[in-house]
Design a protein around this ligand. Structure first.
Ligand SMILES: [Zn+2]
Length: 511
């Protein structure tokens, strides 16, 4: 008996050693999610245009949505904010606070704005930014342009920090996966080559002068999902390229609200959905070639885009669930970029100054006035900051990589990133960690065939024509410096050793 006990004990020691070795081999993967409501108040400024507008009704909450991923050695945080954009300075502040509270390195934190046009005032300019400018410029910024509200910015910053801190605390051993859905016919390139010979933005539904779209769309819905070890769905990160401009009416996360509802319907009411927008600088829900009368804004439009994208994300999630496993390694890398602004000519500025100072503002075309105002503010912005210092970032979660641009970046660049990256799941993310306005594709800036809204010089959009390619090249270099992890897969089937099902192994009974 004693001898047998000793033998058993020795066997247990050996087993213990084996399982310890297995535990070492088994990669650690943890995931945590959390969100905070950062809705603006009724009466707050509603950004989205070049002039003033105010919120009058509430539709659904604007959120800071956070995911934290951990491979045992590194952690990264991915934040999707329901806002038009977020300035680099604001991102710097929340990163510092998050690093202090969690130890997640500032450079491993990705904060992107969904670009909802129904969110709160996070910009464009920050309070006091033009305090020392001429009275004329100050008036143009403070009275004629959307500016951030100091109290609202504090709410947003606190919401992001709290969401990431809670997501970090919520981290549990997890299984994850990545995949793609395909949302076709809900997002459209809004730029067209016209019979006139140059490109226009939104030439009008049914305009007979439309020759063809001037750029592509990207119908892929990128998804990264995570489950706990018991199989409970924790949350996901969803990536899709389409302007958040459906406007269901009032304060809203726009179509992201319906993405969340669709995914929660399938995966559970407490599922967290972190939305990071793709490269949608030239892509919206409006189909300028729609051959019938139908609303392309409002509730139905939000439901169409969000429901389709959410359903496609859900399809990808339920397909990846059976194969889910550790999504490792986890890593982040970034690079600073210095990009000169393009300057309006002295004549352009002089004409703009003359126009905005006309005593009878009502006599001036409102579009002409808005762009003249923008030219004057841009001129003042260039005087203080001729070169934009910004950042591109690559955040890796196993076989997936998020490649971020601070721009409203054109869709073609997103496709270029997907084609040029060796990662099986490349998720291009726009309006991330900063905002530098529209950065059009080179084609759109061609003096003969280019043109359109995104190529107009404003205080918002003004980077040199080479900016787009510089950003894409830098991102592909960052991605090339990372090694994709192996996509999780269920174990291969063992050779068949069983027997056919005994109920189902007979010839037909015809007697
Ligand atoms: Zn936009």
């Amino acid at each position: 008996m004693k001898k047998a006990m000793r033998g058993l004990a020795a066997f247990a020691v050996v087993l213990g050693a084996v399982s310890a070795a297995r535990a070492e081999e088994k990669p650690t993967f943890k995931a945590g999610f959390a969100e905070r409501d950062v809705s603006p108040k009724i009466g707050d400024e509603a950004p989205g245009g070049y002039g003033k507008a105010y919120h009058r009704t509430f539709h659904d909450p604007c959120k800071a949505r956070a995911a934290v991923f951990d491979d045992g050695a590194n952690r990264v945080a991915i934040v999707g904010l329901d806002a038009l954009f977020i300035r680099g300075k604001t991102v710097g502040e929340v990163r510092t606070a998050i690093e202090a509270k969690t130890g997640i390195p500032a450079g491993s934190i990705l904060v992107s704005a969904s670009h909802t046009h129904s969110g709160g005032p996070t910009g464009l300019f920050l309070p006091g930014e033009f305090a020392d400018a001429s009275p004329l410029v100050r008036d143009m910024v403070e009275k004629e342009t959307v500016i951030a509200d100091a109290a609202y910015l504090e709410k947003v910053k606190a919401g992001i920090v709290e969401a990431v801190v809670e997501a970090d605390a919520n981290r549990v051993p997890a299984r994850g996966g990545a995949g793609f859905g395909l949302a076709e016919n809900v997002a459209f390139n809004r730029r067209f080559l016209m019979k006139q010979g140059h490109a226009m933005t939104h030439p009008g539904v049914g305009n007979p002068d439309i020759v063809e779209p001037a750029g592509p769309v990207d119908p892929q819905v990128g998804v990264l999902g995570a489950w706990d070890e018991k199989g409970k769905f924790l949350g996901c990160v969803v990536n899709f390229a389409c302007h958040c401009t459906t406007g269901p009416g009032g304060i809203s996360a726009d179509y992201v609200y319906y993405i969340e509802r669709a995914i929660r319907g399938l995966m559970g009411d407490d599922a967290k959905v972190v939305f990071v927008p793709g490269m949608a600088g030239d892509v919206t829900q409006v189909d300028n070639r729609l051959p019938y009368q139908a609303a392309q804004f409002g509730e139905g439009s939000a439901r169409l885009v969000g429901g389709t994208v959410g359903a496609e994300a859900g399809k990808a999630l339920v397909a990846m669930e059976r194969q889910a496993g550790p999504m490792v390694p986890v890593a982040a890398t970034s690079r600073k970029l210095s990009i000169p602004r393009r300057k309006p000519s002295p004549e352009h500025v002089a004409a703009a100054l003359e126009l905005i100072q006309k005593p009878d503002k009502a006599s001036v075309d409102t579009t002409d006035w808005a762009f003249a105002k923008e030219t004057v503010v841009l001129d003042a912005r260039i005087a203080r900051e001729p070169v934009v210092e910004t950042e591109v970032q690559a955040v890796q979660v196993g076989p997936a990589v998020f490649l971020t641009s601070p721009a409203e970046y054109f869709c073609q660049y997103g496709l270029d990133l997907k084609a040029g990256s060796k990662f099986p799941f490349t998720f291009p993310v726009s309006l991330a960690n900063d905002v530098v306005g529209y950065v059009p594709h080179e084609n759109a800036l061609d003096p003969q065939t280019g043109g359109g809204y995104e190529t107009r010089l404003t205080s918002y959009s003004n980077l040199e024509p080479a900016a787009g390619r510089k950003i894409a090249d830098a991102l592909l270099e960052l991605a090339a410096g990372l090694t994709p992890g192996v996509a999780p897969r269920a174990p291969a089937l063992n050779p068949f050793t069983g027997k056919p099902w005994t109920y189902g192994d007979r010839r037909p009974q015809l007697d």
